[in-house]
Write a protein that binds this ligand. Structure first.
Ligand code: HEC
Ligand code: HEC
Ligand code: HEC
Ligand code: HEC
Length: 354
């Protein structure tokens, strides 16, 4: 080989190696911000096909009318308002979604269907209330698309995407207490950011403000945001982006991450999303700690909870925005339910100094 040939060969090899790091597949670009701001989402066309398929109803939905379930059965506390036929149809559907292999007996003692002796039935009853509440009180987030048990469970008794309070670090080791940092893991999108963001921001209605900047520059009672807050907020934002399969500009204008008037309307949807997840975890799942057997709980003894990925699975609208709940009216009753406190509108950034 001559020297030039060798050089050419080398260059070709280096080129191939460099291109190997690129994704050569066809991409689609969707503009999500104002024109000229470069707020675009780039997706692989092949990823679009991965959006979950929605299972068909167990059989044709029953016609309305007939005896209400609370009269037909002995121990119906949540679904009493639907007809006997619709009740059976709903039971068949939740079996498909939660325990397709085990069947009805995953929650029932077949000798006495009214008995609450199996813990999964008690959990399922609370989940029925939770799902109804999501579909009626959180429409600012789930819109008319709504959710069913399948949105989270996907045919598994325990949704594969969940979190629990992280085990407390041990300050006595040679590494000291790492405060959940520098340990790449899914929950922080493999960054070195702390793994405590879910516990801090997604636990219940008392969760911390999701902020990095104080609204005021001078020390004052209102300047409450610390550097620790910054790390937690970025960790949560990395999770948000990964969960929805979007980049930061889906919601924010990089000119100011804080300013609501520069953000896209999607950020408002996300704002309600954080509050909805706090309601799910704080009002419904955490109180089930005493119902679950020990092996179902996390290292700190709390039940496994929900984050944005539990429903979204890398897609901006879970299941590609297909509304399953329209086939299951039992999960979205039309009458008013639990009256959740009306969610306030996102506050505009203050303009005055205190
Ligand atoms: C994931 C748990 C779960 C599975 C699986 C399940 N059920 Fe249920 N079932 C419940 C819950 C929860 C209730 C109580 C609902 C309420 O209080 O409104 C219930 C109540 C019932 C009742 C009323 C009993 C009474 O007299 O009070 C019947 C009948 C029933 N289910 C039948 C079935 C059948 C048939 C299947 C299988 C096709 C099934 N269930 C699968 C959770 C489940
Ligand atoms: C917002 C997400 C979400 C929705 C919607 C949801 N679940 Fe769950 N469910 C969870 C999580 C998270 C767990 C795991 C809790 C644990 O194991 O500590 C769970 C656990 C359960 C369990 C216990 C399983 C076991 O083996 O221990 C049952 C039963 C259940 N859900 C039934 C239902 C039913 C029925 C519906 C629909 C009416 C429903 N879920 C809707 C998130 C959800
Ligand atoms: C799906 C929408 C969405 C995506 C994607 C998103 N964010 Fe956010 N972000 C929000 C919302 C909503 C808030 C405000 C939360 C609140 O007030 O409860 C917020 C708050 C913030 C804040 C705090 C602003 C302040 O007022 O102090 C920063 C900084 C931030 N995001 C950065 C990012 C970065 C960096 C990314 C990408 C890694 C990102 N965000 C991705 C919705 C999003
Ligand atoms: C209980 C299931 C569930 C959970 C958990 C959930 N979402 Fe959603 N989200 C939905 C549904 C359903 C939609 C579709 C609404 C529609 O059709 O416009 C949606 C839509 C959105 C959208 C609008 C997307 C678009 O293209 O218009 C954003 C942004 C969003 N979610 C952010 C979040 C964030 C951030 C979290 C975590 C804090 C979260 N979601 C948790 C169910 C969920």
């Amino acid at each position: 080989m001559t020297r030039t040939m060798l050089l050419r060969f080398g260059a070709a090899l280096a080129g191939a190696a460099l291109l190997g790091a690129c994704q050569l597949e066809t991409k689609s670009v969707q503009q999500t911000g104002f024109r000229g701001t470069g707020m675009d989402q780039v997706h692989l066309v092949s990823d679009k096909k991965k959006i979950g398929e929605v299972p068909a109803p167990p059989y044709d939905p029953p016609k309305p009318g007939g005896k209400p379930a609370r009269e037909a059965y002995q121990n119906v506390q949540v679904l009493g308002d639907i007809s006997e036929d619709e009740f059976s149809y709903t039971m068949a559907a939740i079996t498909q979604w939660i325990a397709p292999e085990q069947g009805c007996n995953y929650c029932h003692n077949p000798a006495n269907m009214a008995s609450d002796e199996i813990y999964t039935k008690k959990v399922a009853r609370r989940m029925l209330q939770m799902t109804r509440n999501i579909n009626t009180s959180w429409t600012q987030h789930v819109k008319q698309t709504g959710v069913t048990c399948y949105t989270c469970h996907r045919g598994q008794a325990i949704p594969s995407e969940n979190w629990a309070l992280p085990a407390a670090g041990n300050p006595d080791t040679i590494l000291g207490n790492k405060h959940g940092q520098n340990a790449p893991m899914v929950s922080t999108a493999y960054s070195s950011l702390p793994n405590t963001a879910f516990a801090k921001y997604l636990l219940n209605s008392d969760s911390s403000q999701i902020r990095v900047q104080s609204e005021y520059s001078h020390p004052s009672k209102l300047a409450t945001t610390s550097t620790m807050e910054t790390e937690g907020t970025y960790s949560l934002m990395m999770h948000t982006s990964t969960a929805l399969g979007v980049n930061c500009a889906f919601c924010h204008n990089a000119g100011s991450f804080q300013a609501w008037n520069m953000s896209t309307p999607k950020r408002v949807g996300a704002w309600y999303g954080y509050r909805m997840v706090r309601d799910i975890n704080g009002s419904y799942i955490t109180p089930l700690a005493s119902v679950f057997p020990k092996h179902r709980l996390g290292p700190m003894g709390d039940p496994l909870k929900v984050n944005c990925t539990t429903c979204h699975r890398g897609v901006n609208k879970p299941l590609g925005g297909v509304s399953m709940v329209k086939d299951y009216p039992a999960l979205r009753p039309s009458g008013p339910l639990v009256t959740a406190a009306a969610a306030p509108a996102p506050a505009a950034a203050p303009t005055k100094m205190p």
